[in-house]
Design a protein around this ligand. Structure first.
Ligand code: BGC
Ligand code: NOJ
Length: 798
């Protein structure tokens, strides 16, 4: 089977050895508010804070050829022009390697006795990418050659940049000073930000106008100036501004030289925007350039970045007999959780950074993957999210990262949304013990003066469900639940309207969701426990009410949500069953099996075991558990978007990896270790063998893997930004390895087959540090370790 790369566990890197990967395999850089996407051939872009409104580099999605546009270095050595990352020239290299590490990417290319080693990273503390380019003459003779670098500026708004050409082609503006090319489009008016691309040595020529550099009819693979070995020294005015400096270099045999490039972003206060009419204030850019002027400074900044990631990833480590498990837990899953937390669903190679703000439900779930790493940021995120809620508990489905305001693009009315605030907050408190967050004043819809405590927001969230029950006492689904594509009140025949925002028929709807019912019971139980804790000491009458509402929901599920062998999925607008043996298609669904078994509804009566058996029997396939079966083969207006997808993709019987961990956790709660472990291995990329089939990065989870009904089952899509990251983290760390944060300590309750043997877990928990040796003997059980600060070394047998 063809391999395109391998893990380097010691360095926490993935090493790509063939540039022609089956899909661009990307990495992310950035830890604060400046972020970059970078592929294994240096494609991609960067932005500050908001991938739509502050896009710095231009990138063309779904382009031909794939993945064009990025930070390109061209080497012209005699008549040969090549790039260290192979693209865009695609000149065959004598050696190629891409190392994607934690927040950095390193590309090494070698051709004709010249080696180029380019390290890309976003340092901590500055809004920029640093590119350290090290060139070495590996031949026996002297070399004279040219180095060009090239980036193309986006005119800030990534959306209008792609559509408003009557304006855009006249607005581009740059300035050139010293070794720096500045991009200042629209700075003269309302923008107070500009970008720059500078280098720590004088250049021998430059271009800032794309047409001059490339030639109007050339692609990035054949720039006219590079072919000529020249530069146009062009000044972009209108058209498309770029930054392309040139260096004429000479190296003796064995000699090396290093150039440091800084691709930065600057915001100036209104009153300090200009130093002279039309001359921008460059002081902050100069300061940034000065911070990365020498190899020593770059080394130190890179060291700081490494220390940042090491510090985080050292908080939870496992050492077991299964290397795939260890590298997933110790490196890639946690890293993906961090990236997903930073980006939400905005910018990946499947998300254009334009359409999707921060999701209310998505952002709450993302917390589960990072709260043990960056609790302070999790806290802030919870308060930001809660502040977008409405007084009746309803929510905007999304909010905008730049303003933190709810945005109406997707509207609201997704009736699972409020419950995720409970999930996020409880997850946070269990990890941190910070009950104080519950007393924080939080407004509604960001309106000053409307503040109530976060605890009040949670109560209102809980009540939003009980205020919106349907004819069976089950939660009304609203616009949709977790499954955005189960649009039971939409009824759309118009291809120009969105399934997400259209409600053509909702008055008198009987559409109810078993997924929300399960979520309500699971979160309701946890909420009751939180409320009863001495640190909260909520009114006992209220605690009792919560308990009663949960019990009533359990009853409703048992009475109206059980289909004989599995949990139903929903009732439709008319009150007809969905996810039942009575249905011709879509007889069984994963979401309700996951949530109702996590909530342990009907466990005593054997419902959970039956539902899990049905999941294995009907939904599990070679690559994971599909969302529903049989897949829908025709469009059903009463079900909406789910039936719009071809069979085996996305919400129509794709392996939606996000909800596989629900089943894994459900299995673990039922003590079914073999099943839980098998489900986990199927969706975890480190275990997948066929890289060509999987197509996307072998080091991160994807949102969806094509299911059994698809043309190529096992093909992955929508990698990186997905709730799968946080949920698989929760599944592996808590359900499988068994390290479960509780309000007052850690519950250790592993659920893995005995053949996994003995493993060690190192776990930072609040001010405590646990060194656990866990021996699996097959006897099971659990052990509660009350929280106390300090180091604890324990050997436990299960
Ligand atoms: C996708 C969903 C997504 C939704 C909202 C749909 O097209 O299939 O996975 O949640 O759009 O953006
Ligand atoms: C992706 C969305 O981001 C998420 O909110 C949703 O729950 C899933 N798709 C399922 O539709």
């Amino acid at each position: 089977m063809k391999s395109f790369g391998h893990f380097d566990d010691a360095h926490r890197e993935y090493v790509i050895t063939d540039p022609a990967t089956p899909w661009p395999w990307i990495n992310y850089m950035g830890t604060e508010d400046f972020f970059s996407l970078i592929s294994n051939t240096a494609g991609g872009y960067c932005f500050c804070k908001d991938a739509k409104f502050r896009r710095i580099l231009r990138y063309r999605y779904n382009g031909v050829p794939m993945d064009d546009g990025g930070r390109y270095y061209y080497i012209k050595d005699g008549d040969t022009v090549w790039n260290p990352g192979w693209k865009p020239c695609k000149t065959p290299l004598d050696f190629y390697e891409c190392r994607h590490g934690m927040g950095y990417t390193r590309l090494t290319g070698e051709k004709g006795g010249l080696k180029a080693d380019v390290l890309f990273f976003v340092p901590i503390g500055h809004r920029c990418e640093v590119h350290r380019v090290k060139l070495t003459n590996t031949s026996a003779s002297k070399k004279s050659f040219q180095l060009y670098s090239f980036v193309e500026w986006c005119l800030w708004n990534a959306s209008t940049d792609m559509e408003n050409f009557q304006r855009n082609l006249s607005t581009g503006q740059v300035e050139i000073e010293g070794n720096v090319l500045y991009h200042k489009t629209e700075y003269r008016e309302r923008r107070d930000h500009y970008a720059f691309f500078g280098v720590n040595r004088a250049f021998d020529g430059f271009d800032t106008d794309r047409e001059t550099f490339l030639g109007l009819y050339n692609g990035f693979d054949a720039p006219e100036q590079v072919r000529l070995g020249a530069s146009g020294n062009s000044l972009a005015h209108g058209w498309s501004p770029v930054a392309a400096p040139r260096f004429d270099l000479k190296l003796a045999p064995g000699e090396s030289t290093e150039l440091i490039f800084v691709l930065g972003y600057v915001e100036n206060p209104q009153e300090e925007k200009f130093v002279a009419p039309a001359v921008i204030n460059k002081a902050p850019a100069r300061e940034m350039m000065a911070a990365y002027a020498t190899p020593e400074q770059v080394e130190a900044a890179f060291g700081e970045l490494k220390a940042f990631w090491d510090g985080l990833l050292d908080r939870f480590t496992v050492e077991s007999s299964v290397p795939e498990l260890d590298r997933t837990v110790n490196v890639w899953n946690q890293y993906q959780c961090m990236i997903t937390f930073f980006m939400s669903r905005s910018a990946s190679y499947f998300e254009s950074g334009i359409g999707r703000g921060m999701g209310f439900r998505d952002s709450n779930q993302d917390l589960a993957g990072i709260v043990h790493l960056i609790p302070g940021r999790a806290r802030q995120r919870i308060l930001d999210i809660a502040a977008t809620q409405f007084p009746d508990g309803g929510c905007y489905h999304q909010y905008q990262p730049l303003t933190k305001r709810g945005n109406n693009d997707i509207g609201g009315g997704f009736n699972d949304d409020p419950l995720w605030l409970l999930f996020g907050t409880i997850t946070y408190i269990r990890e941190t013990g910070d009950f104080g967050i519950l007393q924080e004043p939080v407004p509604f819809d960001n309106q000053p003066g409307t503040e109530v405590s976060l605890l009040e927001h949670l109560k209102i969230s809980f009540r939003h469900v009980t205020d919106n029950l349907g004819p069976h006492g089950l939660p009304l689904i609203g616009r949709a639940d977790w499954n955005d594509c189960l649009n039971l009140n939409c009824f759309s025949w118009n291809p120009d309207e969105s399934f997400q925002t259209t409600e053509n028929k909702s008055e008198g709807s009987k559409a109810e969701s078993l997924m929300i019912a399960g979520l309500f019971v699971a979160e309701g139980k946890d909420f009751a426990e939180l409320l009863a804790h001495p640190a909260v000491a909520a009114d006992p009458d209220y605690v009792a009410q919560v308990g009663e509402a949960v019990a009533a929901m359990e009853e409703a599920v048992k009475r109206h949500g059980w289909d004989g062998e599995w949990f139903l999925r929903a009732y439709d607008y008319y009150g007809r069953k969905i996810g039942s043996r009575e249905n011709e298609e879509g007889k069984v669904f994963i979401e309700s099996q996951g949530w109702c078994t996590m909530a342990r509804i009907g466990a005593k009566e054997g419902l959970c075991d039956q539902a899990l058996d049905a999941t294995v029997k009907y939904l599990e396939c070679e690559h994971g558990i599909v969302l529903n079966t049989p897949a829908y083969t025709r469009y059903l207006p009463e079900y909406g978007e789910i039936s719009s997808y071809p069979q085996g993709y996305k919400e129509n019987a794709g392996i939606f990896c996000h909800n596989n961990p629900w089943v894994i956790i459900g299995e673990a709660m039922a003590g079914r270790a073999e099943d839980a472990w098998r489900h986990y291995r199927k969706i975890t990329p480190a275990f997948t063998k066929d890289q060509a089939l999987r197509k996307v990065e072998p080091y991160v989870f994807c949102q969806m893997v094509a299911g059994k009904d698809a043309v190529r089952p096992g093909e992955g899509k929508n990698s990186w930004l997905t709730g799968t990251a946080a949920w698989t983290w929760k599944a592996v760390s808590e359900a499988l390895l068994g390290i479960k944060p509780q309000l007052d300590g850690l519950l250790v309750e592993p659920c893995l087959p005995a053949e996994v043997g003995t493993y060690k877990v190192h776990r930072r928990f609040r001010e405590a540090e646990y060194e656990l040796t866990i021996r699996l003997t097959g006897k099971g059980g659990s052990r509660f370790i009350p929280y106390r600060p300090g180091r604890q070394v324990l050997e436990l047998e299960f």
